[in-house]
Write a protein that binds this ligand. Structure first.
Ligand SMILES: *Cc1c(COP(=O)(O)O)cnc(C)c1O
Length: 460
């Protein structure tokens, strides 16, 4: 029998474990993006000491952690030593995904960040925004300011769940390029500012740095959903954002195995609401308290499958971006296509912002991601006959509501992702009925263009 230790012993041991973890973080931080994505904090020592030498991070399909004795349990559940305890709070497999993500989002920025993984992108948004919308008698009733050009699911979460069901005022910014519009909508009751970079599906941008400055001048945080850029192109924390959310269901896990969300926050966020503990380390605070109580944990298998795909993120983004620009140029010059929205096109309205914020990590080259929006020519405004003809004649390209996949996918947003927000909501978000979102995959550009060509030949 092992000798029973008391809680103080385990608290001391916990300090050593924390120091050892920090040593690994410091070492990993010295590496380049691809190396961090490949190894994260999982190294030979960890493999040999805890995992039978497994060179890949094991999937811990276990709900709970066993403790040596009551002293360890007591110290662990007081959060006085590293623990995972129960898979609704934490899990060792999920931990590797979270640590890698935090390092990638804060890559070479000097920002210290931490991450909590969630069961979906939507639950990451919920986990990021809930803590700022709480009752506080010293402040006016809560409102928040958000770009209207957001993912359909986010629009619904804000407009139906927040406003209609909870009575929280949502103030839409209809032109996210207009800094005055952001500023003019903030008042004493505003709890946070929210934007998507670039937005899904209209690939709208906003000036992250300037909007962060505006938010901070009002002592509120900027939350950015940068799913459609990914940390291989844009890392909003570097430009002053306080919290970044990712739907890791998209390009981070490009082979498409799981629904996963990631919330990464800088240490010491700006907020007029919340405890010092919350502001000091938002993601870990969220994980230990509201996340534990609300239960948006993901399955450890999903965490490891996401991590596996993330290792090749930069290379995939490079390939996809190179193809997406070719596809955009092809479509932009096609007589049956009207406007094409892609941040890499020189006539794109926010091309200057795209050049500032979208660069392939560890290089100097601008790259602009995998997503573009094209408007198919119709006889009259509001018609969709040609758009449907084009869409229904795609052969290799998938008709689905998906993006960031290794396989090219096309979506008619007005009848899918943005159907439920209605005509008025679509107008707010500038979603036209003849708009097709194309999320370019990793196939050869020639084959993608050939498929588009064939489908466009059916347009009258
Ligand atoms: C898909 C998506 C979400 C929602 O993510 P899920 O993982 O599907 O819940 C949020 N934001 C953006 C920009 C998205 O594309």
């Amino acid at each position: 029998m092992n000798k029973v230790k008391n809680a103080n012993y385990w608290i001391e041991k916990g300090k050593q474990m924390t120091a050892e973890r920090q040593r690994r973080i410091d070492r990993t931080k010295q590496w380049k993006f691809d190396t961090i994505a490949t190894h994260g904090l999982y190294d030979l020592t960890e493999a040999l000491n805890s995992n039978n030498g497994s060179i890949m991070e094991p999937v811990y399909m276990s709900p709970a952690q066993a403790y040596h004795d009551s002293g360890e349990m007591e110290a662990a559940l007081a959060y006085q030593m590293p623990t995972w305890c129960y898979s609704r709070i934490a899990n060792p497999s999920t931990f590797f995904l979270e640590e890698t993500t935090a390092l990638l989002e804060a890559y070479q920025s000097g920002v210290e960040a931490s991450c909590v993984a969630t069961s979906s992108g939507m639950s990451a948004i919920r986990t990021a925004t809930d803590p700022f919308l709480v009752k506080d008698d010293s402040l006016p009733p809560p409102n928040f300011v958000a770009s209207a050009k957001v993912y359909g699911g986010s629009f619904q979460q804000f407009w139906i769940r927040r406003r209609k069901e909870q009575g929280i005022e949502v103030r839409w910014v209809t032109n996210p390029l207009d800094l005055n519009e952001w500023e003019s909508k903030i008042d004493e009751g505003t709890r946070f500012v929210y934007g998507e970079f670039p937005s899904n599906p209209s690939v709208a941008l906003f000036d992250i740095e300037k909007v962060a400055e505006i938010a901070h001048a009002h002592t509120i945080p900027l939350i950015v959903d940068s799913t459609c850029a990914s940390p291989a192109l844009t890392r909003p924390l570097e430009f002053g954002a306080d919290i970044v959310v990712q739907s890791a269901s998209k390009v981070l896990s490009a082979s498409g195995t799981s629904i996963v969300g990631l919330l990464t926050a800088r240490k010491n966020i700006v907020s007029k609401i919340g405890t010092d503990e919350m502001k000091a380390n938002f993601a870990i605070w969220a994980k230990l308290w509201p996340y534990r109580d609300n239960g948006p944990a993901l399955h450890p298998m999903a965490a490891i499958m996401t991590l596996n795909d993330m290792r090749s993120l930069r290379m995939r983004i490079a390939q996809m971006s190179n193809t997406a620009i070719k596809v955009s140029e092809y479509l932009a010059s096609h007589p049956k296509v009207g406007r094409v929205y892609y941040p890499g096109l020189e006539n794109y309205e926010a091309y200057n912002l795209a050049k500032k914020y979208m660069k392939l990590v560890d290089g100097t080259e601008n790259m602009f991601g995998y997503m573009l929006l094209a408007e198919i020519n119709e006889k009259n405004d509001g018609d969709t006959a040609n758009t449907r003809r084009f869409y229904d004649n795609l052969d290799m390209i998938w008709r689905a509501t998906d993006l960031g996949r290794v396989k090219t996918v096309a979506t008619l947003n007005a009848i899918s992702t943005h159907q439920q927000q209605g005509e008025e909501g679509r107008k707010l978000a500038s979603i036209k009925p003849n708009a097709v979102r194309i999320a370019v995959g990793i196939e050869h550009a020639d084959d993608i263009i050939a498929d588009l060509e064939k489908a466009l030949s059916t347009v009258k």
